[in-house]
Design a protein around this ligand. Structure first.
Ligand code: UDP
Length: 579
């Protein structure tokens, strides 16, 4: 290991400690913590390193336990929340992401409801495609009655999630998908228009390339019965397109999933078509697949020399090696909630390494988010992470063997690799708070935050740390400037050079196309997908939304979520990623 470790471990932020105490640290019956944050990192490292016993001796176990502990304790890398919460406990369920298949039978639906409850209780999120269900009012053989349609079942899953509350630790999250050819598509598109409805679901329309071409050429669109495959109604493609954009404008839902693009990059096409993702969209998965995620904390990899600031590529390489091994070890020791999920996990061994702190890293490098330089760096960085991740997974394949489905995968016969996918960009809604950095690849949402004091619960405004350091370094009168920013929460009233203003633009001040371009830059070098909210100003029009959707498809994104400021209090993906 080449970690630059000093004698004393770095301090965790007060916010991180609060969050860990309330939701991550093991507690006794009296509600008091049984462990410190240090103990938590040690528990996780120890549990995950047990996987090493399958290939090595006790010495390897100890060596990797220490490496895992160090990389987490120094916040170079953090796994997704379920791993931090559950590794080494009786639950030991480590994955944040699951997809379950929904078939057109009451028995199957209620079986899946049960598994959903158990997955969510252990901290995992679930995604479903409801397109196999017969439409509302279709005939039912068994009872001679009529079907209630996909929406009624989505409501049942939503209600179940509402009551599970995941042991008080974590809110349940779901992704609900319906095909653009399903006869109930209009009801689905409009289903989240009133506040508070389906609050535990993100909804996405599964859009095909054919549909986009039908919109382009103003053609009529055939809706199809999912069971008989017979044509039902026809409707103008542009009418559906308008409806989607209007609903997104009004409520942030639905988003779009581009399943043709997803399947173009499906690593195991002969095993099956992918028709769903996890709740925030960063992992397209086959039925019964799961995925454990982890994220590199980018600001920790910035070399700060007097003349220049750059990524420390050597440290990144070492950390990627450790992180990919950690995630592959998770596949091995994970306590899977159902036998089908265990089988799929061993068959494909999907894992997802991503990043957090991108906005902070750009700020430290003095590169504005809305610049060509930032997009180029995003591509260079993610290409590097992707290559190193694959390199490590190939190395693991030499030692441990390729994933079981490898022979039937796009990698065979020349590219033995341990994991069908290695990379994914998660929202990092909670782990970015633990790492005290900006979430995922999102720009800053604000420059000053309200922070509760750990001991006396007093709320104090706190300034973005990158901005603080910038002003302290470059402005002699920084104290007065920082006071003003604390008061107003913005740079609005300050006489500052254009470059400084540009560097500290927040999410809604950045033109939406730059949000899309960052998502595309990361997506082009990510095996799975990128979770990103395209935040747009309140004044944006329905036409703006259509244009952004169109651009997202053209840029080969796998999915897209747009949120117009103030259109709704707090959709799930927004709530998960904003802090
Ligand atoms: N997730 C969930 N409930 C939550 C937050 C997240 O089920 O309250 C799942 C969901 O599948 C999401 C994934 O965890 O896509 C990753 O979310 P995030 O990166 O925000 O999780 P973190 O590890 O930071 O808690």
């Amino acid at each position: 290991m080449i970690y630059p470790i000093k004698n004393n471990d770095p301090a965790l932020s007060e916010n991180a400690i609060r969050l860990l105490q309330s939701r991550y640290l093991r507690k006794g019956v009296d509600g008091l913590s049984l462990e410190t944050p240090d103990d938590m990192f040690r528990r996780v490292a120890k549990a995950v390193a047990q996987a090493e016993l399958s290939w090595g001796g006790l010495q390897e176990v100890k060596q990797w336990e220490d490496a895992f502990y160090t990389t987490m304790r120094h916040l170079f890398f953090l796994p997704n929340s379920p791993t931090l919460m559950n590794a080494g406990t009786t639950a030991n369920q480590l994955s944040a992401c699951f997809v379950l298949p929904i078939q057109d039978s009451l028995e199957n639906i209620f079986d899946m409801l049960k598994w959903t409850a158990l997955i969510q209780q252990s901290g995992g999120g679930t995604g479903f495609n409801f397109s196999n269900l017969r439409p509302k009012d279709a005939y039912l053989n068994k009872t001679s009655g009529t079907a209630s349609g996909p929406l009624s079942f989505i409501k049942i899953f939503d209600a179940a999630t509402e009551y599970i509350k995941q042991g008080g630790k974590r809110r349940g999250a779901n992704m609900g998908i319906l095909s653009i050819t399903h006869p109930d598509i209009e009801v689905f598109i409009t289903s989240k228009q009133s506040n508070g409805v389906l609050r535990n679901f993100n909804l996405s329309v599964d859009i095909t390339d054919d549909f986009m071409k039908a919109v382009e050429n103003d053609l009529s669109w055939q809706l199809v019965h999912p069971m008989s495959q017979q044509g039902e109604r026809k409707i103008a493609a542009r009418t559906l397109w308008d409806l989607i954009a209007q609903c997104t404008w009004a409520s942030g839902d639905p988003g779009l999933l581009f399943l043709d693009t997803i399947n173009k990059y499906n690593p195991t096409p002969s095993i099956g078509l992918i028709d769903s993702t996890n709740p925030c969209g960063e992992v397209p998965l086959l039925p019964y697949e799961s995925c454990t995620l982890g994220s590199l904390n980018l600001p920790k990899f910035i070399l700060n020399t007097k003349s220049s600031r750059e990524f420390n590529w050597n440290l990144l390489t070492e950390t990627i090696k450790t992180a990919i091994r950690f995630l592959d070890d998770c596949v091995e020791i994970n306590n899977y909630p159902m036998p089908e999920i265990k089988k799929m996990a061993y068959a494909n061994r999907k894992i997802g390494l991503g990043v957090m702190g991108w906005a902070d890293a750009l700020g430290m490098l003095s590169i504005p988010y809305d610049s060509e330089e930032a997009v180029k760096l995003a591509e260079r960085l993610m290409k590097f992470i992707q290559e190193q991740s694959h390199e490590t997974s190939r190395h693991l394949a030499d030692q441990r063997g390729a994933f079981n489905n490898w022979k039937d995968s796009i990698y065979a016969p020349d590219y033995p690799i341990r994991n069908a996918t290695c990379t994914s960009i998660a929202p990092t809604g909670s782990i970015s708070i633990i790492a005290n950095t900006s979430a995922s690849i999102e720009p800053w949402f604000g420059l000053a935050y309200q922070r509760k004091h750990v001991l006396n619960d007093e709320t104090l405004p706190e300034i973005n740390s990158v901005l603080k350091e910038h002003f302290q370094t470059y402005y002699p009168e920084s104290h007065a400037i920082l006071e003003e920013i604390l008061l107003s929460g913005s740079l609005k009233n300050l006489a500052l050079p254009t470059e400084t203003r540009r560097l500290f633009k927040t999410s809604l001040e950045i033109a939406p196309i730059w949000h899309i371009r960052h998502q595309a830059a990361f997506q082009h070098f990510t095996d799975n997908a990128v979770s990103k909210t395209i935040n747009i100003p309140e004044s944006s029009s329905v036409a703006d939304i259509k244009e952004l959707y169109w651009t997202a498809w053209k840029m080969q994104l796998k999915g897209v979520t747009i949120f117009r400021d103030k259109c709704k209090p707090s959709p799930i993906s927004q709530g998960l990623s904003a802090h």
